[in-house]
Design a binder for this molecule. Sequence first.
Ligand code: DGY
Length: 327
Amino acid sequence: MTEQTKPITVLAVGAINEHVLKRLKSEFACVEIPAGNPSLLTPESAGQVRGLSTMTTQVPAALIDALPNLEVIANFGVGYDAVDARHAGAKGVMVTNTPDVLTEEVADTAIGILINAVRQLPAAENYLRAGRWAKEGPFPLTPLTLRGRKAGIFGMGRIGLAIARRLEAFGLPVAYHNRNPVAGVGYEYHETLTGLAEAVDTLISVAPGTASTAKAVNAEVLRALGSNGVFVNIGRGSTVDEAALAAALANGTIAAAGLDVFADEPRVSQALLDAPNASLVPHVGSASVHTRLAMADLCVDNLVSWFTRHRAITPVPETAHVAARKG
Ligand code: DGY
């Protein structure tokens, strides 16, 4: 707790990481609401709020508009699609996220689900635990392998680069698609996602959930990936047409998928649950105690820095221009 921040009111919206909440309560006057709905606040308490923190709960324009003295929104997570950052930027409200501290963890998870999908390790473990090894003999050879594959990364940011480094160490050539080539990145660039999918057999999406990436991985992209294709999603579920993906898995358009993120979390479509060639995990990309603690600290440190040093540590691009208010 600092003398400067204790009188400042910060709103904690929805389910919040335990360490974030503990620090918010010690550093600030913390008010909790279960959802990003302005009607949950009285006009008086809304007027007191100067900072806000959210994990995955939506912070819509209506909530930002209902908080006349709001200066900063600290998002727990590198992806900040839950926050209307464009609206915040237009209203002079800073938005921060938690990059860097989770990069290596998420890249590790991406490789894990890729190998799960290709080599069927979850199914092999279930086979052993069910006593089938002793009764029926060895687990069947996997039709798929990482050997000889070429990987394509959709979204070559910090996490994409960390995944690319790992893939290189595994001996796989790497290509990528972004809106524009990334300066200083030597991997083969493709101007379109379909062009990338055609050139590779292993597509890894690390793309953020924005209007321009919505359902970008569609039937055409999956067709281009081909019948030996493996699709991995560690970015956001909204970037995939899940019905098209489930159909592609069922009819052999692609061979397998490894998914950490889904369009309607925590609900997962029955068609994906029914796909034996999909390895599914519940959005655990950054979910170790070590990394979540670092994310929690960065989330709260952004608020403390804003109110004590008048600058955000990790502003998102939409609000990079926002300056701290005087007085
Ligand atoms: C994030 O921080 O956006 C990741 O999805 C967490 O796993």
